[in-house]
Design a protein around this ligand. Structure first.
Ligand code: ADP
Ligand code: MG
Length: 694
């Protein structure tokens, strides 16, 4: 038996069962089985007494005798019952399916152990389909019994817990030949880990719960350790191998703008982040930096200043946004900020006219165009740069890894990469997921911002909510009404939105109302957006297309309809559309009266805090890390044991351990680290295809 042995060849399996197991559980080798971890354990050392039983649905073991057997016919169905007694009381054992042979094998009047889940009915416990062991044959094995994740489909075909236990037992006997150590001795000693062989034995058949904890802890540590090691090695490799264009110069473009055109003083956080970026770009190594900053923290300005540094060094920049509206907004604000300069900025999106496209292509290739803002359209092969030195990606999680990698290829020496995200990522997740990126955080809002006041309101409050909106409009403010997207049905969304629109136009008939939704053509969207941004409309009714980046500082109230249907990060993003000016802003979460406990938590979190990082922590606890990163990247955090929410202490520990090892032995060439290297090369190297994040 080796780790690669197909399960087909294990005793008791064969080709047919192997196929079934592969289909249902995805297990095809001995190794897969070893990492098929139990979901819980049973303590077979504990023997209950009938008179003691209180709790329904408990899995218990009892010792006693079958004193009577009876077949009961009701209609067409038969069942077999056995009266079981242990001296303290009696209960029925029941079989709804059984063979004649099985019936004859039942050990009547013999001392037996029975084992199974108990049912309480009419004040009387019974046990359907118990496992039975005759006392003298009972295995002298006092380890805990593993219970594996299974399915009815398997159980029906005889692949029950007993079957899995037997298979795993036969594999565990071979552990000394199968399992090699993968952590250095000094690490095992200092961490007080079980050996790797002992770990696998105790994860399947723990000596006791203490040993289970030890095994479980080591497996989590291993997962986190090799994952972090991969990033650590990549980062080292990147720093020594990944050439980039050094940008040593701070010249007239940057200084001129900074001294003459900067409309406000940068926050300290913006200054610090800018310094970090400059330090990176000075070096002949490609920058790979993630810029995190809550909505409204002023990332656009940082992006612009970074692009000006690129220009000072003779390079072009591009800035990519996930939606047409956002790209347009970036383009507008950058053009506006640069209006006193002679810098050539252009916008490229899916709806750019062919004639404009042609000019852009030409100007990019001959170097006349310095800054290109756009959507995915900038990734097309036709878009060639003379010398792209910097690529900025806004709202990173909306882009797929492969798409981002395309940017690298746009220049012989890859451009510096700055990824900007307004979705604050929980610390543990950032630590594991972004280990190969350098992270900068804007953790300070521009001065004068008043925190947004968030309130939860229900249908009965609707009139007062509307009245409040009217009062705000009278003060000169503008209002957003947002309706949820119901992913399954675009038609329903549309209907929802149209009804909402009608309703609002009715109630707010003295004002101008405009609308924005996903079905509109880009120029219709622009027109609607401009109508609102210019102040011609007091009210914008929209679906979540306005979610990201939209900037109308005079809008001070955001009413979110059916707020319980939105995720936390989405609510936070939406709320970020207000509070962008000097006025006090409000976010009103309208919900129905009936809320699930999860949606109540979401709403409460929103009313309690404006801090995006706190919100993301709660979000991760509610949804799990995979969902937060988005489906494209959720595979990255597909750990078998490690839980990014609960195991943050382990993640911290492993990060420290990895850093220490790589500091002393960056190539893992010391003899004591060879076990780590061998295992890493075999299992991890080249496997994390997501590593080129940008
Ligand atoms: P985000 O980080 O969400 O992309 P923006 O870059 O759109 O935020 O900035 C939000 C608003 O704050 C913009 O109107 C911008 O002009 C303004 N702003 C940015 N930095 C500052 C600052 N240091 N002081 C005052 N206002 C600022
Ligand atoms: Mg932005």
């Amino acid at each position: 038996m080796t780790l690669d042995t197909s399960i087909e060849y294990l005793k008791g399996i064969g080709p047919e069962r192997a196929k079934l197991i592969k289909n249902v559980l995805g297990i095809s080798t001995v190794e897969d089985f070893l990492t098929f971890y139990p979901i819980r354990y049973l303590d077979k050392n504990k023997v209950y007494q009938v008179a003691q039983l209180r709790e329904n649905n408990l899995e218990v073991q009892l010792k006693g005798k079958i004193i009577q057997l009876q077949e009961i016919q009701t209609g067409k169905t038969k069942r077999l019952t056995a009266k079981f007694s242990d001296g303290t009381g009696t209960m029925d054992l029941v079989w709804f399916q059984y063979s004649k042979w099985m019936k004859e094998q039942l050990p009547v009047h013999k001392e037996i152990y029975i084992f199974g889940k108990i049912n309480l009915f009419n004040n009387q416990f019974s046990m359907p389909h118990p496992e039975i062991e005759i006392e003298e044959k009972k295995e002298a094995d006092n380890r805990l019994r593993p219970i594996y994740p299974s399915s009815e489909k398997l159980t029906k075909r005889g692949l029950n817990q007993k079957f899995f236990q037997a298979i795993l037992k036969s594999i565990c006997i071979e552990i000394p030949n199968l399992i090699e150590e993968n952590l250095s001795d000094y690490l095992i000693k200092s961490m007080q880990f079980l050996s790797r062989q002992n770990t696998y034995l105790n994860i399947h058949f723990p000596k006791n719960m203490e040993y289970f904890e030890k095994a479980d802890h080591r497996l989590k540590f291993e997962e986190s350790f090799f994952f972090q090691l991969g990033f650590g090695l990549k980062k080292l490799h990147h720093k020594t191998q990944s050439f980039g264009n050094p940008f040593p110069v701070i010249g007239d473009y940057f200084t001129g703008f900074y001294e003459n055109s900067l409309p406000f003083e940068l926050t300290n956080a913006q200054k610090r982040v800018l310094k970090e970026i400059r330090q990176d770009m000075k070096k002949p190594v490609q920058m790979n930096r993630l810029l995190q900053g809550d909505v409204g923290s002023g990332k656009t300005m940082v992006a612009l200043l970074t692009m000006l540094i690129a220009m000072d060094n003779g390079f072009q920049s591009c800035m990519m946004a996930p939606t047409e509206i956002l790209a347009q907004q970036h383009f507008n604000s950058i053009q506006d900020l640069l209006k006193d300069s002679n810098i050539n900025v252009r916008l490229l999106t899916g709806s750019t006219k062919a004639s404009d496209r042609k000019i852009i292509h030409e100007e990019l290739e001959n170097g006349e165009l310095s800054i290109l803002v756009g959507t995915h359209a900038v990734l097309e092969d036709k878009v060639k740069f003379k010398n792209l030195g910097l690529a900025i990606i806004d709202e990173q999680h909306r882009f797929g890894v492969a798409q981002r990698a395309k940017l690298w290829a746009k220049n012989k020496i890859p451009p510096h990469i700055l990824v900007m995200t307004a979705t604050p990522i929980p610390r543990t997740l950032a630590m594991s997921f972004y280990s190969d990126l350098d992270v900068s955080v804007i953790d300070e809002m521009p001065v004068g911002r008043k925190p947004i006041i968030t309130a939860h309101r229900r249908e009965k409050d609707r009139v007062s909510v509307y009245q409040f909106c009217k009062d705000e409009i009278e003060k000169g403010r503008q209002i957003y009404f947002v309706y949820p997207l119901i992913e399954e049905s675009e038609t329903l969304d549309y209907k929802n939105l149209m009804e909402g629109l009608e309703h609002i136009m009715d109630y707010f008939s003295e004002y101008n109302v405009t609308m924005l939704h996903g079905r509109m053509k880009p120029d219709e969207k622009d027109a609607a957006m401009n109508y609102f941004a210019s102040g011609k409309a007091e009210i914008m009714v929209a679906t979540t297309v306005i979610e990201v980046g939209v900037n109308v500082p005079n809008a001070s109230v955001m009413v979110i309809e059916s707020a319980e249907k939105f995720g936390l990060s989405q609510l936070h993003q939406l709320r970020g559309r207000v509070g962008r000016g000097a006025e006090q802003s409000y976010c009103i979460l309208m919900t129905s009266d009936k809320l699930t406990s999860e949606s109540r938590t979401r709403i409460r979190t929103m009313t309690e805090t404006n801090d995006g990082f706190k919100i993301s922590e709660v979000d991760m606890q509610l949804r799990g890390p995979g969902d937060i990163l988005g489906t494209q990247q959720s595979g990255v955090v597909d750990f078998k044991k490690l839980d990014l929410v609960k195991d943050s202490a382990i993640i911290k520990n492993t990060k420290r351990a990895v850093e220490k090892i790589l500091e002393i032995d960056p190539l893992l060439s010391r003899s004591e680290n060879l076990v780590i290297k061998n295992y890493y090369v075999k299992y991890y190297k080249g496997k994390n295809k997501w590593s080129k994040i940008s």
